[in-house]
Ligand binder design. Structure first.
Ligand code: ARG
Length: 601
């Protein structure tokens, strides 16, 4: 039973531990069989089920055993289940080809929720096998504006980081900004040309950095003399010339200030370690790979040949310069060996699929995985830690299915999207007369919570590998699976608690929670599934799993509330506690999804 206590919140894990014990006594010789417990689908005669009987039968049927078929194996699994206060043994059953249907004790369920109310929802946090992780996310390029394409890596990355942090993993939130490419030659040269007195250039003088980038780029493309200067400029910058370094710093600073405004609005925290950071380490890393016999010469370049690829990975270009891959390889070395990260998660847009899928396409397949494995930085199996995962995702599309661009075919700026979401959110509140009820600050904060929450949720609720359509009307609707609907549902629960006039903190200490009615029990069961859901969403790097959970939670709450009176009923105390537990779990979901909760509507 000791193992059970390791996972106070994780129902599924606790049941797995019980079935583990049962499996060991039912078939003591089959030690390699893994216990399989899943939540029952709605309408099935159980809360959870153990699915091992059929698989076990196919293993043991040729051997001499007391069993005559899968149902008998299921019966034995049920009989050998250790006694536990969480399971209602008399109500459990074996169905079909041996599925063991488990009914949880409603009393135990109520008690577990009461305990969470007292000890806090952090006691339901997942336990992961890693202590430190790197999440490499957002990562825009300096001197370019953040556009709609940066939405997904920023939002999904932040949520994954939040889920890991909730699981007590130390997360290094890395913004791997593109701050060291050849584009800096043209940017610096253009800066010198426009502002010969670079020292005094201010942010406002340069104005819109995006336009500055475009102008320097077109000059680079059409003016051969400028192009040559720009190329020399890169060499001087990379050689450490102070004048060039200063100009580079200036450009980076301006960009950084722009990026941080967006991050602040989205409530996203990132620590910048851009490409330039890894630059000084590249030669050393190349040397290490070389000493391990991994590097060869090919057409003047230094490359690594890896199994399954006809084209080698270039780590030093023929002109002696480094590239994106040299930097990423070095960053991987740094994160594994210097920062001692056990799990590294990369988020990039679809445009980089090629680069990353080549790198991390599973064991023995990716350039980087293979190189890192050959160098001894990563273990042989990609199922064990330390490990690397590339989180890819689909595109953000327009209503008509085309990629998201403005009519002038420019990419939509992220700032404009955020502004519009907030404006629309505010308009909806004003329409409901909230400007007369609330202070301007309250109105503003709620409009932001709704607007930004809507954008985030509309992104996160989709399975990340699919593309989705960006539609303000849909995401800001107060009906259906939207952030607005969920935020309102939460606010409604809060107002019920408030209206009761009861001191909820006092009630947590003195009140008793009971799950006597089917709707109460269904809600309670869903609350108790929170821990295993976050764990699944986090370990599989799939935030939509948590969104589905949250939506279903509010549905179950609505069913409960539409059937049962809360205030003034004989069960008022118990039902208020159930309301409070629902609000707490909802808030935790919002927190993990980076959405600010709303308390009144
Ligand atoms: N800066 C890159 C881009 O905007 C993304 C970087 C992703 N991270 C990495 N380690 N390569 O395209």
């Amino acid at each position: 039973m000791a193992a059970v206590q390791e996972h106070p919140g994780n129902l599924k894990r606790q049941l797995e531990n019980l079935f583990d014990a049962s499996l060991r006594s039912t078939v003591p010789h089959e030690t390699s069989v893994e216990t399989e417990v899943t939540a029952c689908l709605p309408g099935r005669p159980g809360d959870y089920q153990c699915n091992n009987a059929m698989g076990l039968w196919s293993i043991i049927k040729g051997k001499k055993t007391q069993f005559k078929g899968p149902p008998a194996v299921g019966q034995a699994l049920l009989k050998n289940l250790p006694a536990s206060e969480m399971v209602e043994s008399e109500l459990c059953s074996v169905a079909g080809p041996g599925f063991v249907n488990v009914i949880l004790s409603s009393k135990w369920m109520a008690k577990s929720i009461e305990t969470m109310l007292i000890d806090g929802i952090d006691t339901w946090a997942p336990t992961l096998p890693v202590k430190r992780a790197v999440v490499d996310f957002s990562s825009p390029n300096i001197a370019k504006e953040m556009h709609v394409g940066h939405l997904r890596p920023t939002i999904i990355g932040d949520t994954l980081a939040r889920m890991l942090e909730y699981s007590k993993v130390e997360v290094l939130r890395r913004n791997h900004v593109g701050d060291w490419g050849t584009q800096f030659g043209m940017l610096i040269e253009y800066l010198f040309e426009k502002f010969p007195d670079t020292e005094s250039v201010t942010e406002t003088a340069i104005g819109d950095l995006q336009t500055f980038y475009q102008k320097s780029k077109s000059k680079f493309d059409y003016d051969p003399e400028f192009k040559e200067k720009a190329q020399k400029s890169v060499v001087r910058l990379q050689g450490g010339d102070p004048t060039y370094l200063k100009a580079w710093t200036k450009i980076c600073d301006i960009s950084r200030a722009e990026f941080s405004k967006i991050y602040q609005r989205l409530g996203v925290v990132l620590e910048e370690k851009g490409e330039s950071f890894y630059n000084p380490y590249i030669p050393k890393v190349i040397e290490e790979l070389n000493s391990k016999g991994l590097i060869e010469e090919s057409e003047g370049a230094r490359v690594i040949f890896l199994e399954g690829f006809s084209i080698p990975l270039i780590v030093v270009k023929s002109d002696g310069g480094f590239n994106y891959a040299s930097t990423d390889l070095t960053a991987l070395w740094y994160r594994l060996n210097e920062e001692k990260a056990e799990w590294i998660v990369y988020l990039t847009d679809a445009g980089q699929h090629q680069h990353f899928s080549m790198f991390f396409k599973g064991l023995g397949n990716g350039y980087m995985n293979q190189a890192a494995r050959k160098a001894g930085w990563l273990p042989e199996s990609d199922k064990t830690y330390p490990r690397v995962d590339h989180v890819g995702f689909g595109l953000v599309k327009r209503n008509d299915g085309k990629p998201f661009k403005t009519r002038s075919s420019k990419v939509v700026r992220l700032v404009d999207l955020l502004d519009e979401a907030k404006t629309r959110g505010k308009a909806a509140l004003v329409e409901r007369g909230k400007d007369k009820e609330w202070t301007p600050e309250e109105l503003d904060q709620t409009a932001e919570a709704i607007g930004y929450g809507a954008i985030k949720y509309a992104d996160l609720k989709n399975n990340r590998s699919t593309s989705y359509t960006f539609n303000f009307d849909q995401m800001l609707s107060d009906k259906g699976n939207t952030a607005v609907y969920l935020l309102y549902a939460h606010a409604r629960i809060c107002s019920i608690i408030k209206k009761s006039g009861k001191d909820i903190d006092e009630l947590k200490k003195t009140g008793k929670l009971a799950l006597n009615h089917p709707e109460e029990r269904a809600l309670g069961l869903h609350l108790l599934r929170f821990a295993e859901t976050v764990e699944a969403a986090c370990t599989n790097l799939l935030p939509h799993v948590l969104c589905e959970y949250l939506y279903e939670l509010s549905e179950r709450y609505t069913t409960f509330y539409s059937v049962h009176q809360v205030i003034g009923s004989a069960e008022e105390a118990s039902r208020l506690l159930l309301c409070e537990a629902t609000a707490i779990v909802m808030r935790k979901c919002f927190h993990l999804l980076g959405i600010t909760p709303v308390y009144k509507i």
